[in-house]
Each structure stands twice: as structure tokens, then as C-alpha cells.
Design a protein around this ligand. Structure first.
Ligand code: FVH
Length: 309
């Protein structure tokens, strides 16, 4: 689709995700400028109609909306420092930048994975250079970008989010989480924590089944239907967590702590590393030791909230 009225966008970082973002903007008629540290990665997008900027400063100057999606926080700072002429000054709130320069007047949307603290630091730095800032968390893998299954979380400048919301919707769902710049990163990291917990459980399950020759492909449909069935318990647990009432349960914590020992023993007996499971077993035991054994397993969240044992 080509629509002259679509606002221009710059995409910095053309790894797997940045490329998918740039393609979505191009496919939806946004004049798209791209830049990547390894310049060759711009070529395919240029052949599809993107403008390949020669420098990161040129890329930022090309559009009022600048999306950056690189490896990590340090890479973001490398790129932005390069844009500002090689300076490496980490401005503090008390000594912000001059407000002039290539970033001034732009909206920078940082879709690089990072911590809430990093998001707040970048927000201060960007604001010190006269630009608006939105931090984001992409809840999708590259092939999902632009499909209904894709969701991007945003926090930071509300005015900027509203001004560019239509453009963001090109990437999938766009959810604004408020002005606190670290909020999107917090949600992102919390959701990824749930995902890696699930991956860890899956890896343990197929390693165990595989210890007696069951192929992962044969066992996985059972894992999927079991996890889907157990996911239906999460909203009820969430209510217990918010209310602090962990009493209603047909599967009390003490019973689960006892059976969990069988998970650990079976992994060890089968020659499978139990290292992924051990912290969960220790947490269940702590819950019982804290007098929560008669209640629901959701009660262990209170122990996590008090920090490491
Ligand atoms: N791909 C995914 O499934 C996930 C989905 C959710 C969001 N994540 C986050 O997105 C960020 C980028 O991930 P990616 O998949 O694009 O990563 P790569 O394909 O490895 O590309 C990395 C890009 O970062 C550039 N880069 C690396 N170091 C530097 C640096 N010091 N200075 C400037 N740019 C740097 C790299 O450039 P090059 O190697 O091509 O020169 C790529 O453009 C990430 O935060 C995910 O957690 C993706």
C-alpha cells in the first residue's frame, strides 16, 4: 500500500526485529528511513523502497518519529552517542543536555529489551536532549509483526503516544501503560519471566520423557494441552494474590511440596539435571515452613515479594 499522507518513520537497528518493524511501516505506506550499524543490512529494505541513511544522525533527522530496536541498552547508548557526534556523556537530571542537536523535537521510541531502570535512565537522557520519549516492549516474534497476534506495550510521553498511535497500530496492537517510562519494560520483563518459566518446564518435561526414548514431538501435544488446562487456574490465583486470601483450594501447598520431591527424585533417577526445578521446590518448602501449607500454592508469591530467602 502506498499512501502519501502516512507520516514518515525512521527505524534504527535492522536485526530480525528491526527489519520486521521497517517492513511493516513500508508495507503500510509510511516513508521509511533505515539505519543499521552494519550497513549491508539496509540494502534489502532499500530495494523495497526504504531510504538508507548514511549516518545515524541523518536517519534521525529524516523523521519526527524515530524507532530504535537494537540488541540492548548499551547498544542504544552507542547509537545515540554516535548521533550526537561521539559524545559519551551520561546526563543526570541535574545536568541535562542542552536540548539542541539532532534529537531535539523528535519522538524517540525505544523498542529494545531492557530493564525499567534503563528505560527511566534513557527517558531522562532523551528528554535532556529536547526530545519526547516512549519506551516499549514487543510481545511478539518477528513474523508476528503487523498481524493481529502482535502486541507492543508503550509507556512514557502520553502526548507522543496519542500523536503516533495510528502509526504504532501498523505493528499490531498498541497498548499505552502510562507516563512512567519504566512501566512497559516492567510488563515486558514480567511477561517474559512467565514465558521462560513455561519454556523451562517444557524443556524439563521433554528431557524426562526423552530419558526413556519418547520423542519430543510425540510428547509435546500432551504438554500443550496440560499447560492450557492449567492456565485456566491463573485468574483464580490472581484473585487470591490480590486479596491475600489463599484459603480456597483443592490442592493445598503442603501436598504440592510433598509431591514436588518426586519431580526432583525422578529427574535425578533418570539422569536428567534437576537444576531448573530445585528453586521451585525450595520455594514450596519455604511456604510450608512459613505456616502456609494448608492454603493454596499461590501463597508463595508473598515470599517472592520479600526478596531472596
Ligand atoms: N527477535 C525476537 O524474537 C525478540 C522479540 C521481542 C523483542 N526482542 C528484542 O528486540 C531487540 C532486537 O532484537 P533482534 O531480534 O532484532 O536482534 P538481532 O537480530 O540479534 O539484531 C541485533 C541488532 O542490534 C544491533 N547492534 C548490536 N550491538 C550494537 C551496537 N553496539 N551498536 C549498534 N547496534 C548494535 C545489530 O547491528 P549489526 O550487528 O547488524 O551491526 C542488529 O541491528 C532486542 O532488544 C530483543 O531483546 C526481539
Amino acid at each position: 500500500m502506498t499512501t502519501d499522507s502516512r507520516p514518515p518513520v525512521t527505524v534504527i537497528g535492522l536485526g530480525a526485529m528491526g527489519k520486521a518493524l521497517a517492513e511493516a511501516f513500508l508495507d503500510n505506506g509510511h516513508p521509511t528511513t533505515v539505519w543499521n550499524r552494519t550497513a549491508a543490512r539496509s540494502e534489502e529494505l532499500a530495494a523495497r523502497g526504504a531510504t538508507a541513511a548514511a549516518t545515524v544522525a541523518e536517519a534521525i533527522a529524516a523523521s519526527p518519529l524515530v524507532v530504535i530496536c537494537v540488541l540492548d541498552h548499551a547498544s542504544v547508548r552507542n547509537v545515540l552517542d554516535a548521533a550526537l557526534g561521539g559524545t559519551d556523556v551520561l546526563d543526570t537530571p541535574d545536568a541535562p543536555g542542552s536540548g539542541t542537536g539532532v534529537l531535539a523535537g523528535r519522538t524517540l521510541v525505544n523498542l529494545t529489551n531492557g530493564t525499567p531502570a534503563q528505560a527511566r535512565e534513557t527517558a531522562r537522557w532523551v528528554s535532556g536532549h529536547g526530545a519526547e520519549y516512549l519506551d516499549g516492549g514487543i510481545m511478539a516474534v518477528p513474523p508476528m509483526i503487523g498481524t493481529p497476534g502482535s502486541l507492543v506495550l508503550y509507556s512514557g510521553s502520553q502526548e507522543s503516544f496519542r500523536a503516533h498511535e495510528r502509526t504504532f497500530e501498523v505493528l499490531g496492537g498498541a497498548m499505552y501503560l502510562g507516563a512512567e517510562p519504566g512501566r512497559a519494560a516492567l510488563y515486558d520483563i514480567a511477561l517474559l519471566s512467565a514465558m521462560y518459566g513455561m519454556f523451562g518446564g517444557f524443556f524439563q518435561a521433554v528431557a524426562l520423557a526423552g530419558s526413556e526414548g519418547v520423542p519430543a514431538t510425540e510428547f509435546t501435544p500432551l504438554v500443550v494441552s496440560w499447560l492450557n488446562a492449567m492456565a485456566t487456574a491463573l485468574p483464580g490465583m490472581a484473585e487470591a494474590i490480590d486479596s491475600g486470601d489463599h484459603s480456597a483450594t483443592g490442592s493445598n501447598l503442603r501436598m504440592q511440596a510433598v509431591s514436588f520431591v518426586n519431580l526432583l527424585d525422578t529427574s535425578r533417577d533418570q539422569g536428567v539435571d534437576a537444576g531448573l526445578l530445585e528453586p521451585m521446590g525450595a520455594l514450596l518448602d519455604r511456604g510450608v515452613a512459613a505456616g502456609r501449607g494448608a492454603g493454596d500454592v499461590s501463597g508463595v508469591v508473598d515470599l517472592l515479594r520479600t526478596g531472596p530467602a
